[in-house]
Every structure is written in C-alpha cells, then in structure tokens.
Design a binder for this molecule. Structure first.
Ligand code: SF4
Ligand code: SF4
Length: 288
C-alpha cells in the first residue's frame, strides 16, 4: 500500500504525520518512508537514519553542434519551456530552464543536438530503527524537482507500506510525488489559510482519482470551517491532533510524536485501519 502525505500549504504537520505513521507501522512489517519534499527534506531530522548510499540525479540537456546547425529554429519552436533560443548565427541554451524532455534533439532535422547530463540533485537512502528511508535533495538554485522525486520513488521497492512525504502546494512536484498512491492523507489546520489550501489539494488529488482523507492538526486553534468543508465534500477526517504545547515542544526538538508520546501510536495504527476500510469500500464499489 502506498500512502502519500500531502498538504496544500507548508507548515501544517506533514512531517509529524509521515514520521509517526512510519514508526507506528514498522513492527513486523516492511515500511519505507520516501521524503519527496526535495526542496526542504526534513524527515531525517526526526528519524536520524544511517545513510548507507546515495546517487546523483541527472537530467539530459541539449548540446548543439555549431558545425551541423543550420539555425532553422525548429528546436526553439518545439521547446515548451523556452530553454532554447535560435539567433541568426547561434543557438543559446538555458539548462536551468530545460526539463530534459528530449524534444529538441529528437526533432532537429540536422541531427545537430546531442544530450549531456546535468546534475540537479541527489538521492540518499538508509535505515532508521526498522524503517527503510529514502530522501531526495534538490541542488540549491535548481528549479526542477520532479526528476529528483521520480528517482526517490524508484527506490520504493516492493511490498509493505510505502509512505510518501509530498512537497507542499499543488504544483508539478506534488503531482509527481502523489501519483500512483493508493490513498492520500491531506494534513491541514483549522484556519482560513488551511481551508483554502486544503480545498486546492482536494481538487488536485481528485483530478488524479486518488481517494483522500484529512488529518486535522492543531485542532482547537481556529474555527470549524475545515470540518464543515469536509462534511460537505464527504471527506473523512481520519485523525485529529490538538494544538498542544508538549507536541510542539517534541517537534521543535526533532522527536517524533509517537516516540515522545507513545500513546499516540494506537491513533496512527487506527488511522491506517480506517484507510484500509475506505479502500476496501472503494474497491467494492468500483467492482459493482
Ligand atoms: S533544430 Fe537543429 S538545426 Fe535547427 S536551429 Fe535547432 S539545433 Fe540548429
Ligand atoms: S530537452 Fe526539452 S525542455 Fe530541454 S531544451 Fe530541449 S525541448 Fe526544451
């Protein structure tokens, strides 16, 4: 089972949920935590894994052979990202804008474009207290998170439960991280910002046809509009975590919630049981 942990906005408690879920499930069970929040991965602060391996992430960017190029402009026409420009006597490439799609080299009529690797990040893996751990790190200054996220997901392996810590927001990196999940947990808080960004996140996962449920963090801090929204949209609230000074203290010291307050483990296991029931129901309905 693949469960992704997403949120429309940053700072709602994704890391808290992802790490505590992984640590709650690990006994007698294969659990892999993939930190796909590659611009700011921070699950490692809580899990403190022994990193045993790493590999660079490259994308292929174009390299133009001046002696073959006729400056026809075809490559610039087909590039959807404005990463290549053709002047009367030269071709300019902008590797930092390139998505590595290969269209320019494939469509160049003179076969003047070759591809060369460009490092945009790194993937690291290891173990922490019975949890298999993989994280991606996007190189500072790079904008292309999806290739790093794809590489992290390649390390998921087979079997057990895979937990994906998704980047915040609702843009391409989120879609890349969430797609292929069996279920998406949306972590939010009971504030107007939380509600606004939850609604955007719900829209995204529904477009991907991934069932979702909500984890309401810092409950008691705001109003009841998130609950009203969930009722209206028929989205189950699967776990409520109160606004609590002790939980905040543990978080600020890099201690996972279920480690500092082990009584929470049952709540996270109950959350997964509810996800399984929802998935069974959904499968039954799809078969009808
Ligand atoms: S498509 Fe090929 S030949 Fe045409 S401008 Fe680009 S690199 Fe040069
Ligand atoms: S590989 Fe794709 S994104 Fe990069 S320059 Fe060529 S067409 Fe543009």
């Amino acid at each position: 089972m693949i469960i992704s942990i997403a949120s429309g906005k940053g700072g709602t408690g994704k890391t808290l949920v992802a790490t505590s879920l992984a640590l709650s499930l690990k006994d007698g069970h294969r659990v892999v935590l993939l930190d796909c929040d590659v611009e700011a991965p921070n699950d490692h602060i809580f899990l403190k894994p022994d990193v045993t391996g790493s590999e660079p992430v490259n994308i292929l960017v174009p390299k133009v052979a001046g002696d073959k190029c006729t400056y026809c402009g075809r490559c610039a026409e087909v590039c959807a990202y404005n990463a290549i420009a053709v002047l009367s006597d030269r071709v300019l490439t902008f590797p930092e804008l390139c998505h590595g799609c290969g269209a320019c080299s494939y469509l160049c009529p003179e076969d003047a474009i070759s591809e060369e690797p460009r490092e945009t990040g790194v993937v690291e893996w290891g173990r922490s207290d019975g949890v298999e751990f993989v994280q991606g790190k996007l190189t500072v200054g790079e904008a292309m998170a999806p290739p790093v996220i794809r590489k992290v997901k390649e390390h998921a392996g087979n079997g057990g439960t895979v937990i994906i810590d998704v980047p915040p927001g609702t843009s391409c990196p989120v879609v890349e991280a969430v797609k292929g999940s069996d279920f998406c947990l949306l972590v939010t808080e009971p504030t107007p910002f939380g509600l606004n960004d939850l609604a955007l996140a719900v829209e995204t996962v529904r477009k991907l046809d991934i069932p979702c449920g909500v984890v309401l963090n810092r409950a008691g801090a705001g109003d009841a509009r998130v609950e009203e929204y969930c009722r209206k949209e028929n989205i189950p609230i699967l776990l409520t975590i109160p606004l609590d000074a002790e939980i905040a203290r543990l978080y600020s010291r890099g201690i996972p919630l279920v480690e500092g307050l082990p009584e929470w483990k049952g709540s996270f296991l109950g959350l997964v049981d509810r996800v399984k029931v929802l998935l069974d129901e959904r499968n039954r309905n799809l078969k009808r």
